[in-house]
Design a binder for this molecule. Sequence first.
Ligand code: NDP
Length: 276
Amino acid sequence: MKLINGQKISNKILAGLKRKTEKLKTKPFLAVILIGKNPASNLYVKIKEKRAKEINIGFKKYLLPGKTKQSKIIGLITELNNNPKVTAILVQLPLPRHLDTDKIISTIDPNKDADGLHPKHLNQLKRGQTPSILPATTGAIIEALKSTRINLKNKSVAIVGKSKIVGLPTYYYLKKRVKQINIYNSKTKNLPGKCKRTDILIVAIGQPNFITANYVKKNAIIIDVGINKVSGKTVGDVDFESVKKKAAWVTPVPGGIGPLTVSMLLKNCCLLYSFL
Ligand code: NDP
């Protein structure tokens, strides 16, 4: 088994972006809205801030209490949409339960949609088009697959997890680029049998160490998107120890899709800036 070193690929992408931003007279500027005190979200925003600043992207965090009313968040996004200094906007997900995620994300100006989750971009994907901005996690999954140099065209793919932010956009993106693709969720019957037939297994379910060797075809590529905390340790949705003898390639957690997602987000910020 070989590791897909997401951290290393991410560092390379960030170095490339830095070379580009160094040449700019004005710089891209990312505004991040963080609502509530979710420790994981707080940590992700800190990492995004650190990496953005390292590559000359301006950064400002808007920290709002967990009980903030939806109208106030929409008001803030509208202000940021109209602020010419701000070239990219991100609302850190997941949001507290009383808020309507779709409504909030659709308020972001698509020309400032750093995470690529605005309905304009998601609908383009759904229609089989390639949007100018890809959802950051989908971009990360594609980069991880590219690094293995496999030919996607003759591979079958299974995606486990059907969320709007990871599973579905990745399904729509890959649909016309691979031999065969299926997407599964918690209602799928005989999941191990279905996964075991596929060359590439992408897992984003939020269930620690759920996928074992029993779900894996010999020499498959395993992309583990999951980030879970178990007894203070970060683990993926894939049981790494169980699958490592069977798979050809695996993304580790931490150090796989996580850092790649941050670099794809910042790549999106640079792209949005270049469209101005
Ligand atoms: P959601 O909770 O929004 O969606 C989870 C999906 O997984 C649902 O479709 C659900 O099914 C399905 N699911 C849950 N349990 C099972 C099961 N036992 N068998 C099959 N399907 C199952 O999760 P997200 O997509 O937001 O996140 C998934 C994971 O990815 C989390 O660990 C999260 O932390 C991580 N993540 C990582 C990112 C990164 O950058 N690396 C970015 C975003 C998320 P159903 O539809 O039936 O409910």
